[in-house]
Structure formats: structure tokens, C-alpha cells
Design a protein around this ligand. Structure first.
Ligand code: 6GU
Length: 236
């Protein structure tokens, strides 16, 4: 079973994991999710988890000691491989192919930093541990206040790929970003449902024709036009 251990100073951020498909996957035992409060590992009365940066500068840096203690407490089985995901805007950009890889991992630990990040020696140290794989991941080129929301995004992308979580696995096969060409991932064709005319906007007649060959051709063309348009708009 896929195990997720989340470390944060704001465990309440993860309450939405009780909802919808992820909540169901949790209740039916398809995934095991544990949330850990980093402050429980702070060794002073004030439960301090940060301090000023060496070398000066703005903001605070998270102390390595509580992080090391929290990760060691989770990764207590020396026979297991642990994938430590460190959420940071300086990380590798998250993608569907990364979600597919992570869905195969047995023990995922998400380290949700805040402030100016976690003392880099935490990632440096776990990279030297033979039962750890460490990845620094970002969800996009913008800055969040911490890794918690990024963790929710990544977990949702992973958990829906776990066999049994989605009722009809065929719905995973053709969806946006699961297919690629030489220029990157493809997006899906647009969808329509009832009514056939809504506010004067008609459903393309081919979709009402019952001709499955024609429909497949129309959808392939619509998907490729939509992908080309998206790539034009997002070209840097
Ligand atoms: Cl993973 N963390 C933070 N703090 N900001 C981000 C991010 C992560 N990904 C994009 N921006």
C-alpha cells in the first residue's frame, strides 16, 4: 500500500484529504496518510523551528534538528526505501510523468517548508543515506508561502493514479497530459453534454451522428488544435 507521511507546522492544511476520492481511498485502505507536526520535534519550550540565516539577509530558515528528528522518526524501517519530497520553488517542475513515477513509491515523505526554506543540509544529509531518494519539487514558477498547498496538488495527482482509486480506469488513459508527442504533453479534446443547443451554442453535429470513426477523427483533430493553440499562448 502507498504510505504518505506529511511533515508541516500547519497540519490543519491537510484536512481536505478527508474529502472526495482521496477521503474514500483513505477510508477503504487504498492509501495510508499520516500528518506530523514539525513542532513536536522542537526541543525547547517555545517549540522553535526556525532561526536567522547565516550570512545575513531577510527572513528565517528552518532548523535542521527538528527536520532530522521528524524524518528519522518516520523512516524507522531500515529495510524500506523512502522517497523524501522536499517542496521548494527551487525544485524540479512537477509533471504528470513525475506523478506516474511517484505513484509507484511505497513510502513518500513530504517535507513542507515555510519561510525562506529548510537548512539545505537536511536534503544534503538524506541524499547520502542509501535507503533514501531525495527530490526537490516545485509546482510552478510562482512563490507560495509554504509547501503545504503544493503537497495537496502533488498528492491528488498521485493518488488518482493508484489502482482502485478511480472507478473507471479507462478515464485515465486518454486524459490531458497522459499522452505526449515530440513537443510535450497533449491536452484533451473538448467535451459536450445536454442540451444540444445551449444559449445558441450548438454541439458539433458529428458528436450526435453516432458514427464512431468520424467522432474519433473529430476528437483527435480538436485535441491537436487545442494543444497547438495552448503551446502558442504559453511559448516563452
Ligand atoms: Cl513546492 N513551495 C513554495 N513555497 N512555493 C512554490 C512551490 C513550492 N512551488 C511553486 N511555488
Amino acid at each position: 500500500m502507498n504510505k504518505f507521511d506529511l511533515i508541516s507546522i500547519f497540519p490543519e492544511y491537510f484536512e481536505p484529504l478527508e474529502l472526495s476520492l482521496i477521503g474514500k481511498a483513505k477510508k477503504s485502505g487504498l492509501v495510508d496518510i499520516s500528518v506530523h507536526n514539525l513542532r513536536d520535534q522542537a526541543d525547547d519550550n517555545h517549540h522553535t523551528v526556525d532561526d536567522t540565516p547565516y550570512g545575513g539577509g531577510a527572513g528565517m530558515v528552518m532548523l535542521p534538528e527538528p527536520w532530522g528528528a521528524a524524518i528519522d522518526a518516520i523512516a524507522s524501517n531500515v529495510d524500506q526505501i523512502y522517497d523524501l519530497i522536499v517542496l521548494t520553488p527551487a525544485g524540479e517542475k512537477f509533471s504528470q510523468s513525475m506523478a506516474e513515477e511517484l505513484a509507484l513509491c511505497d513510502n513518500l515523505i513530504f517535507a513542507c517548508g515555510r519561510y525562506e526554506g529548510i537548512d539545505i543540509r537536511v536534503t544534503d544529509f538524506y541524499r547520502t543515506q542509501k535507503n533514501f531518494r531525495v527530490r526537490e519539487i516545485s509546482i510552478g514558477d510562482y512563490v507560495l508561502n509554504g509547501g503545504e498547498v503544493a503537497t495537496l496538488v502533488i498528492m491528488e495527482a498521485i493518488i488518482r493514479l493508484i489502482p482502485g482509486v478511480i472507478g473507471n480506469p479507462a478515464s485515465l488513459e486518454e486524459e490531458s497530459h497522459s499522452l505526449r508527442d515530440e513537443n510535450g504533453s497533449l491536452v484533451e479534446y473538448p467535451s459536450y453534454t445536454k442540451p444540444a443547443n445551449w444559449r445558441g451554442l450548438e454541439v458539433p453535429p458529428v458528436l450526435l451522428s453516432g458514427n464512431h470513426g468520424e467522432i474519433a477523427r473529430w476528437r483527435a483533430e480538436a485535441a491537436s488544435a487545442r494543444t497547438a493553440e495552448l503551446r502558442n499562448r504559453t511559448r516563452e
